[in-house]
Design a protein around this ligand. Structure first.
Ligand code: CUA
Length: 321
């Protein structure tokens, strides 16, 4: 699936703080590991070789005992000091995560479902509020406050290029703040096992310059584009008449379901089924016919429809930019 998914390529201040912590711990652990191996090698090299005839060395040796005690004490002191340093490093990284100023933040409500992400961009004006799925857009350089809610089981929000993880626990809403400082497409992944299709629960975050973001907002707020060709009209009629409309919503049509991703602007998204398949006409038709083939165990039932009908539905949905 497209998009950067890399803890080692931070694109925002919080991911950068985590990356720095990771580097600190890596260096500390490598140095400790190397010193331990060197000490072990010296000990092995200096140990006296015993033969079958050598008498066991059981005599206490005051000078050797004193050296041994001193080495152990130095070892304990060194390890404790290092652990305290790492503790502080982790503490400061944590502080950096919550230090993001949130004035002028974009507010997004994100709900984790088995196995997709429902996103709602709230606005003070109800008519400007809209829902989308599995793909967030955020403006570069502006903080984003994501409110996290789980609908069914525990999921975990994780977009490593932007910030750390946060669990979505049913009944315990939480928030996570982030900021993208570089334009790009960042891949996120549900990071808490939530069932059969946990691995296919991707989230894409598109960070774009403010002007592009505003354009995207305006597009998402607009009602669904009316069908133009006769094929698209047939597609809409089929979507409204079949089981699609029971779960999906398309603003301005008779499809008003709320249990599945909002399709008002589905063609503006690159993927279907939370990263399961690319949103192309042919794959879209296959997905409508039998999504179970791509993502077994999801709630979307197969649809017994003629190839022509599937093509019409796919064409209509493909027109919903
Ligand atoms: Cu949702 Cu794993």
């Amino acid at each position: 699936m497209n998009g950067v998914h890399d803890v080692l390529a931070p694109a925002g201040p919080q991911a950068a703080a985590l990356f720095q912590l990771w580097n600190t711990m890596l260096v500390a652990c490598v140095v400790v590991f190397a010193l331990t191996i060197v000490a072990l090698a010296i000990a092995v090299w200096r140990a006296p070789r015993a033969t079958e005839r050598a008498k066991p060395d059981l005599d206490p040796h005051p000078r050797k005992e004193a050296t041994l005690r001193r080495s152990v004490l130095w070892g304990i002191a060194g390890s404790s000091l290092l652990l305290v340093v790492l503790l502080f490093a982790s503490f400061f990284a944590d502080r950096a995560l919550s230090a993001l100023p949130l004035e002028d933040a974009v507010h997004i409500d994100l709900v984790g479902h088995q196995f997709w992400w429902e996103a709602r961009y709230e606005s003070h004006a109800p008519e400007l509020t809209f829902a989308t799925a599995n793909e967030l857009h955020v403006p570069v350089g502006r903080p984003v406050l994501v409110r996290l809610r789980a609908d069914d089981v525990i999921h975990s929000f994780w977009v490593p290029s932007l910030t750390g993880k946060k669990d979505l626990i049913p009944g315990r809403d939480s928030t996570i703040a982030l900021r993208a400082d570089r334009a790009g497409t960042y891949r996120g992944q549900c990071a808490e096992f939530c069932g059969y299709q946990h691995a296919h629960m991707a989230l894409v975050v598109v960070a774009e310059p403010p002007a592009d973001y505003e354009r995207w907002l305006a597009l998402q707020r607009a009602p669904a584009r009316p069908p133009q060709s006769s094929q698209e009209q047939r597609g809409l009629a089929l979507v409204e008449e079949t089981s699609c409309a029971m779960c999906h919503a398309i603003a301005g049509t008779r499809a008003r379901g709320r249990r599945a991703p909002d399709l008002t602007h589905v063609a503006s998204r690159g993927w279907l089924g939370a990263g399961a398949v690319a949103n192309t006409p042919a794959l879209r038709a296959e997905w409508i016919a039998n999504a179970q083939k791509f993502k077994p165990g999801i709630n979307m039932p197969p649809l017994d429809a003629a190839p022509d009908d599937l093509a019409a539905m796919s064409a209509y949905l493909g027109s919903l930019r």
